[in-house]
Design a protein around this ligand. Structure first.
Ligand SMILES: Nc1ncnc2c1ncn2[C@@H]1O[C@H](COP(=O)(O)OP(=O)(O)OP(=O)(O)O)[C@@H](O)[C@H]1O
Ligand SMILES: [Mg+2]
Length: 327
């Protein structure tokens, strides 16, 4: 990608302290993210895919400043996200927003859609009544909630799941965000509605230059919407690059497993891997003491070295990188 990234993540590590199995066991440290680094450029979408518990939402929560990272940094416009205060923090809260998985709990049931839009416009743009109304209607029209005068007066319970996600996106637009962290925004929607929301996000990206970090389990929607993709396994980036290169020519055994599990007629010939499913439950629990590749236990092509060292990144295509000893 050319130009400067709008949002960067540098060597992010996140440890959580968790209690043991019973009252007498010691506290344990769970490493949810291990050395995660990436850039998001203006007007691009970067997908993060991986199985449940691999750390996808933790990235969003750190970006929303719910947690401080154990080590590493997040940078917005070159500034350290977790050091912002005062006006810088206010600007960050305006420019970086998140859309959640559950459209039924992200809007306040007691307030109309207009109210959800009015508050941030008043807060961030200090407009008069007429300008506020104009901006609210513009945002609703942009996300396809038309006619805005009718849709804006509705309460969340009067909208479908897809319409609620649209209303939430309208709110993000009204705030004036440039970077949107979308944590599985379509996974609770009906398949037929999913495409509409993805197309809307695509429109915001292409026409308005918004940047997205798109989190999903679903590699097919990642390919549809994202420009680049990161495959995360147990908090480790195992493969990343241009979405087409990674999806059509996956190199890491885990990416191959993930992709071979999703049906796609374009991609025949990708043999199903013989992974060891019996150790599935161990995968999401990584600790700082552990060394090696986190996929080692399940990997059908694991080498001796995989249990002791996690490899450096290797470039395996024009814009495709992998961390695997076998490749
Ligand atoms: N506040 C917390 N305290 C302790 N452990 C946590 C906390 N938040 C997350 N974790 C653990 O960190 C790991 C990553 O969680 P995260 O929610 O990021 O996963 P995810 O990839 O978003 O999963 P899913 O696809 O199910 O949403 C999990 O093992 C989870 O149990
Ligand atoms: Mg999650």
């Amino acid at each position: 990608m050319s130009g400067n990234p709008i949002f960067s993540v540098k060597n992010l590590v996140m440890d959580f302290s968790i209690s043991g199995k019973n009252f007498f066991s010691k506290q344990q440290t769970l490493r949810a993210l291990n050395d995660v680094s990436f850039d998001i450029y203006p007007g691009e979408s970067l997908a993060v895919v991986g199985e449940s518990g691999c750390g996808k939402s933790t990235i969003c929560r750190i970006a929303m400043r719910f947690y401080n990272p154990t080590s590493g940094k997040m940078l917005f416009d070159g500034g350290d996200v977790h050091a912002f205060s005062g006006d810088e923090l206010r600007k960050y809260r305006q420019k970086v927003q998140m859309i959640f998985q559950d459209p039924f709990s992200s809007l306040n049931p007691l307030h109309s859609i207009y109210y959800h839009l009015k508050r941030p416009i008043e807060l961030y743009h200090k407009c008069d009544k007429i300008e506020t109304k104009k901006r609210m209607d513009e945002a609703l029209s942009l996300v396809g909630l038309v006619p805005p005068e009718e849709q804006g007066k509705k309460f969340p319970h009067q909208l479908s799941g897809g319409q609620r996600q649209r209303a939430f996106l309208a709110r993000i637009l009204a705030i004036g965000a440039d970077v949107i962290f979308a944590d599985e925004p379509t996974s609770m929607l009906d398949v037929s509605i999913r495409l509409g929301v993805l197309n809307l996000m695509n429109k915001l990206k292409k026409d308005m230059g918004k940047s997205f970090l798109y989190i999903t389990h679903d590699i097919a929607t990642a390919r549809y919407f994202a420009d680049r993709i990161i495959v995360l396994y147990s908090g480790h980036m195992v493969e990343w690059g241009d979405v087409d290169s990674v999806v059509l020519n996956p190199k890491h055994p885990y990416t191959r497993l993930l992709i071979s599990a999703a049906p796609d007629p374009e991609r025949d010939g990708l043999a199903k891997l013989d992974v060891k499913e019996d150790v599935e439950n161990e995968v999401s629990f990584w600790t700082p003491e552990k060394k090696g590749c986190p996929f080692y236990n399940r990997c059908p092509v694991a080498l001796e070295i995989c249990s002791i060292s996690f490899p450096d990144e290797k470039m395996v295509g024009d814009n495709q990188f992998v961390r695997c000893h076998y490749v």
